[in-house]
Design a protein around this ligand. Structure first.
Ligand code: NAP
Length: 320
């Protein structure tokens, strides 16, 4: 499919893509480039790329496809560093959980002859690093592409074929729309999980030990989500500020209304809200997404119309 592919950033997502690309024979040469020498050594040991380098500029030279799988906050620096070394007509794509800021940070540094096709696999686990990756991560999941109106159709088709070969189903949307949708389905649930677990962390020691003991009553799922990589999630909230603040405002208003109903003993209001929310669950089951709706933060992790995928034991399905 491609002569030379370079993946920059060999964490969970980059190393999972490397494994999938190797297994499916999608590149004649696969280069792994990561600034971290320890990560490079690990990738060499795992044999998931043909060439490994900590020199990003060297790594992208002569590549037909460059995949940026670094935290959203690192995209601009990486774009600045590799821009002058990109081959004319090559394609740059990424895996970032936020899309508009990726477009804004990358575009100024890419030569006109290079095609940018931003992407976001709706797949992940709470684990990080090259050891955490596995090629089945993307099987039966959505990959959202957010090309710009002027993006070459051929380049979009190539990235579509790449994700399909990795096992995903493609959805195309605008970057701003992506950020709003993911703001509610993924970013807000993660923020809630971080808050609940943070609140529990501040409890007195004796109460805290009871929280751990009885965590299976709901809290446990939040701890899994809240164990997600802090760098990645810091960057998500800083780079999807507008959409997250918008959904957070709506959420706060709804929470305040529930708080008021509890204080006033307004059972009718509580019943009405809880009854309406059951309907959302029903719709998720009808769309074949129930496997993933079982835990917070996972509602966006399984494509509608595709069979539910049982998450491998290498990590629980959750996604940025
Ligand atoms: P990760 O496991 O933390 O790996 C990121 C890798 O990129 C690390 O090896 C990191 O090295 C390297 N890196 C960071 N800054 C760099 C730079 N300036 N130059 C070169 N390498 C750099 O992260 P991940 O979970 O794979 O996520 C990668 C991207 O995919 C993020 O944009 C994230 O939003 C997106 N994504 C994640 C998930 C998920 O569930 N994890 C799901 C969908 C999309 P250091 O260790 O030195 O920092």
């Amino acid at each position: 499919m491609f002569k030379k592919v370079t993946i920059v950033g060999l964490g969970l997502i980059g190393s999972s893509m490397a494994r999938g690309i190797k297994e499916q024979g999608l590149a004649e040469t696969l280069v792994a480039a990561d600034r971290d020498q320890d990560v490079c050594d690990k990738v060499t040991e795992l044999s998931i790329a043909d060439e490994v380098t900590s020199n990003l500029e060297e790594g992208v030279k002569e590549s037909d496809l460059i995949i940026l799988a670094v935290p959203v906050g690192a995209i601009e620096d990486v774009g600045k560093a590799i821009g002058p070394f990109l081959k004319p007509n090559s394609i740059v794509t990424d895996t970032g959980s936020v899309k508009q800021s990726v477009v804004d940070s990358l575009q100024p540094f890419l030569p006109d002859s290079v095609h940018l096709v931003p992407a976001h696999p709706i797949a992940g686990t709470e684990f990080s690093g090259p050891e955490a990756g596995f090629s089945e991560l993307f099987h039966g999941r959505w990959a959202i592409l957010t090309p710009l109106p002027e993006t070459s159709i051929k380049a979009v088709e190539k990235i579509t074929a790449l994700w399909e070969a990795l096992g995903s189903t493609i959805e195309i949307m605008g970057p701003k729309h992506h950020d709003l949708v993911l703001g509610i389905t993924s970013h807000l649930p993660h923020l809630i999980a971080y808050t609940i677990v943070g609140t529990a962390t501040d409890l007195e020691d004796d109460v805290k030990s009871e929280v751990l003991k009885f965590s299976a009553s709901g809290f446990r799922d939040f701890t899994r989500i809240a164990a997600s990589d802090p760098t990645m999630w810091r960057d998500v909230f800083l780079h999807n500020r507008v959409a997250v603040l918008d959904v957070l405002q709506r959420f706060t208003e709804d929470l305040t209304a529930l708080q008021k109903a509890i204080r006033r003993g307004d059972g009718d209001y509580l019943y009405k809200v809880f009854d309406e929310t059951r309907d959302m669950r029903k719709q998720i089951i009808e769309m074949g997404q129930a496997e993933y709706a079982a835990a917070p933060g996972m509602a966006d992790a399984s494509p509608a119309g595709t069979p539910p995928v049982v998450a491998p034991h290498k990590g629980s399905a959750s996604s940025g």
